[in-house]
Design a protein around this ligand. Structure first.
Ligand code: HEM
Length: 452
């Protein structure tokens, strides 16, 4: 990797590398921590990333960033929708995350996810039934996008029919995470920083207005959903303020929209490129649990975390990162580090000791991981089982511009036929495979290594 090819920031975020960024990461790993000419310190090796994710000196709060260190000046705070707990440090982060966890799942409400399994399987079954009469589909538009969106709407209590309104806001907010110089601004064309910020701010305001109306409705007439629970929750730590609730709801809605879609699409792309694994999955649905973990390692939907900054100087891998510097953690590169994973460029669904960084690690590790795992496990098992003779019509497919939340924009597939939907004959626990809890391994976490 030479500076004559342009700054590292530009190389990493360059759309020309979106379909296969892994050769660039391999070059980067020769120097675990590099200070790029555009400002950020780029960390590309597993143990350094892992160490920093567990280091309390590394802040997620952009207000600690030295404005001179960033490739772009930091954004001003928006009092209508302040930073969510993703962008806060302990103790504020921990209080809000604990309050959000209470109505979401384990350890507080372990049954919520268990009980959703039957419904998730039914939604997947219906979406695949919708392919009937066709011999080709776009997996993204017909399946990978509508599935997790329907699920997050149900979970939060957001009307599914409002999706066309919040789809654009969620896309714009997801695009705002992309630090690349030519990131999209809610459109597929590049835009300058000021224009991107204007569009992002407008999307935030509109989403906040929409969610506040919804929260008012849930306050008046609570339902069996997370928003209602968060409005009413009054535990020992009190409840969230109105704006905290808004930021949390916006975070969950965007995270539920823009990540799992890529795990399912990357998953199907990888399976179709590895037909032997697809055939094994059809024979043995239990393979899906380690297979989804391997996908999160091999081609993770969140490629990097470009928003960290040291609260005080940090020495790492022979480099001193100053207080206030911008730090980018390349999760997807750490996942391919040969010092951590033997033969890392091989997709091996039976890989052992697979503590990947796909969901991050440390205090900010993914809140939605148990749900995302379950969604991907059900989706891939059913696609593998029901599609007869599936094949890719475009390889590599066209990718979204976003370098952080990376995945195909479309995945055109052809297939020869559709096998029957068995989900109508489920066991009482909603399981199509009859295991005790409906999980192939009896665990909602699904990780062979436990939660991370
Ligand atoms: C395959 C799908 C997903 C992937 C790959 C993913 C990945 C990640 C990663 C890497 C982080 C760490 C961010 C950081 O350290 O700054 C994270 C955090 C988070 N994720 Fe996910 N995520 C997924 C799905 C979801 C879903 C479905 C939800 C919502 C239900 C969700 C909610 C969150 C939240 C709220 C955080 C912030 C946690 C914190 O700051 O404590 N994620 N996710």
């Amino acid at each position: 990797m030479t500076q004559t090819q342009g700054s590292l920031v530009r190389q990493i975020t360059d759309y020309a590398h979106r379909a296969d960024p892994y050769p660039i990461y391999a070059e980067l790993r020769k120097t675990p921590v590099v200070h790029d000419e555009e400002g950020p310190y780029i960390v590309s090796t597993y143990w350094e990333i892992h160490g920093l994710l567990h280091d309390p000196r590394l802040s997620s709060d952009a207000r600690n960033l030295d404005p001179r260190a960033a490739s772009e000046p930091p954004e001003e705070d928006d009092p209508g929708l302040p930073p969510s707990f993703l962008r806060l440090d302990p103790p504020e982060h921990d209080r809000l995350r604990r309050l959000a966890t209470a109505p979401f799942g384990p350890p507080h409400t372990p049954r919520r996810l268990h009980e959703m399994r039957g419904e998730l399987t039914r939604i997947v079954g219906e979406l695949i039934d919708g392919f009937d009469g066709r011999d080709r589909i776009d997996l993204v538009d017909h399946f990978s996008y509508p599935f997790p969106v329907t699920v997050i709407c149900r979970l939060l209590g957001v009307p599914r029919e409002d999706e066309p309104r919040f789809h654009a806001w969620a896309d714009t907010l997801a695009a705002s995470l992309d630090p690349g110089p030519d990131a999209e601004a809610g459109t597929d064309t590049g835009a300058d920083v000021a224009e991107r910020r204007r569009i992002t701010r407008q999307a935030r305001t509109e989403l906040a207005t929409y969610l506040s109306e919804l929260i008012e409705e849930r306050r008046r007439a609570p339902g069996d959903d997370m928003l209602s629970a968060l409005v009413g929750e009054q535990g020992p730590e009190g409840r969230m303020s109105r704006v905290e609730l808004l930021s949390t709801a916006a975070l969950l809605l965007v995270a539920g929209h823009e990540t799992t879609v890529n795990l399912i699409t990357n998953g199907m792309l990888t399976l179709l490129r590895n037909p032997d694994v697809l055939a094994r999955l059809r024979e043995d649905p239990h393979l899906v649990v380690p297979l989804v973990e391997e996908l999160l390692r091999f081609d993770p939907p969140v490629q990097m975390l470009p928003q960290r900054t040291p609260l005080s100087e940090i020495d790492i891998a022979g480099v001193t990162i100053p207080q206030g510097a911008s730090v980018w953690l390349l999760l997807a590169s750490g996942n391919r580090d040969p010092q951590r994973f033997p033969d890392p460029d091989r997709f091996d669904p039976q890989r052992r000791d697979n503590q990947h960084l796909g969901f991050g690690s440390g205090v900010h590790s993914c809140f939605g991981a148990p749900l995302a795992r379950l969604e991907a496990q059900i989706a891939l098992t059913e696609l593998a089982r029901r599609l007869d003779g599936p094949r890719l019509l475009e390889d590599p497919p066209t990718y979204r511009r976003n370098a952080v939340l990376r995945g195909p924009r479309h995945l055109p597939l052809a297939f020869e036929g559709l096998r029957p939907n068995r989900t109508a004959h489920r066991s009482p626990n909603g399981s199509p495979n009859g295991s005790r809890h409906g999980y192939p391994n009896g665990s909602p976490n699904g990780s062979p290594n436990g939660s991370r």
